[in-house]
Design a protein around this ligand. Structure first.
Ligand SMILES: [Zn+2]
Length: 149
């Protein structure tokens, strides 16, 4: 498959930010393993988790998506269905929140990866090594058994 030219289209298609070809999620959205990601992009080898704990920030994006889902669903019930009983709100908003969970999780992670992952689109990625996980520079790494005297 040819790479997707625009960053936005590649994000929406859940593709790797580096090559715009590799799929970032291994299974379909509506399966129990909807959040599974390969360790590296299957096409270009870019690590999908730029640093340990990188996706904790995606929880806040996911929270914003959830608030939007709650608000839009409640407004639709109020204006389109004439303010039904409170239990209808609870059931419909709850079901909608569960229905949209896979999309919310996936797109919040993709937003984190594209906005804060530090991985630019590299059309000629074949010529370069993937940007590896960030590790401490050798100058501040400590070796066991070494003592300064
Ligand atoms: Zn890739």
């Amino acid at each position: 498959m040819a790479p997707i030219a625009s960053n936005t289209s590649a994000l929406l298609a859940l593709r790797c930010p580096r090559c715009h070809e590799g799929k970032i999620f291994t299974s379909r959205a509506f399966s129990f393993s909807f959040a599974d990601m390969p360790a590296v992009c299957p096409v270009c080898g870019q690590p999908t988790e730029p640093e340990p704990g990188f996706y904790y920030g995606a929880m806040f994006v996911s929270y914003a998506f959830s608030v939007a889902i709650f608000a839009v669903t409640a407004a639709a019930l109020y204006f389109l269905f004439g303010d039904p009983a409170i239990w209808v709100y609870v059931v419909v908003v709850g079901l909608n929140a569960m229905l949209f969970t896979p999309l919310s999780v996936r797109y919040s992670r993709m937003l984190m990866l594209y906005l804060f992952g530090g991985v630019p689109y590299t059309p000629d990625w074949v010529r370069y090594e993937p940007r590896a996980r960030r590790t401490a520079p050798a100058s501040i790494r400590t070796e066991p058994g070494l003592k300064s005297s």
